[in-house]
Design a protein around this ligand. Sequence first.
Ligand code: ADP
Ligand code: ADP
Length: 218
Amino acid sequence: MIEVRGLTKRYGEVLAVNDLNFSVRPGEVTGFLGPNGAGKSTTMRMILGLDAPTSGTATVGGRPVAEHPVPLKAVGALLDASAVLSSRSAYHHLLALAASNGLPRSRVDTVLKEVGLSNVARRAAGTYSLGMRQRLGIAGALLGDPPVLVLDEPLNGLDPEGIVWIRRLMRRMAAEGRAVMMSSHLMSEVELTVDRLVVVGRGRLIADTGMAEFIASV
Ligand code: ADP
Ligand code: ADP
């Protein structure tokens, strides 16, 4: 569902992403693991068409990602949730997102319910805790009912209940046949959730393996 081939991004002297090759398959949650600065966010931004690769390609659902954002119907994305700082209510935020993507208004109520924000949806998103902003970010990712989810550090800022909730959500999305990619800098966050593990360090691929094989190998 996501194919990354020779993907490379250079910022001046820094090779943020260095010749990455991996796939994210439908029906699986793929963990994208690596320390801070390893190139995870840069890779995800290129998969989403938010950044242009220096070289190489990312393909989503068979279509090469050009240098413009991939539509919400094709890929749902959670990027840095702390960026959702707004005087707009969650409801209005999602309504605007739905309108600009040609999605029906009814999807807003559906995803608000799905992420458990219906009761606070009229409050300004700027007053939300980090965990609530993560839930709002997830709501945006689910809005287009997409076959692919790209989630950058989705467990960030969530309380234990929120962590269990998002794990179940990701497992359910995969069980429905979607391809789910989640990044983390913590093994403890991915080991209970993912089917496959893609490990990166300093922009390079370190491992690409089934979770069970990985556990057996260490
Ligand atoms: P991660 O998400 O794994 O923490 P990033 O993709 O954010 O890693 O960053 C990878 C490397 O690229 C880091 O060295 C970071 O400083 C650098 N980098 C990321 N974005 C930019 C940018 N816009 N300009 C310059 N360097 C960047
Ligand atoms: P404003 O303050 O600009 O009047 P509101 O927050 O009152 O905006 O909401 C504008 C519209 O969105 C109204 O029709 C309102 O009923 C509807 N609305 C707001 N929040 C929700 C929600 N959580 N679920 C359903 N409809 C909502």
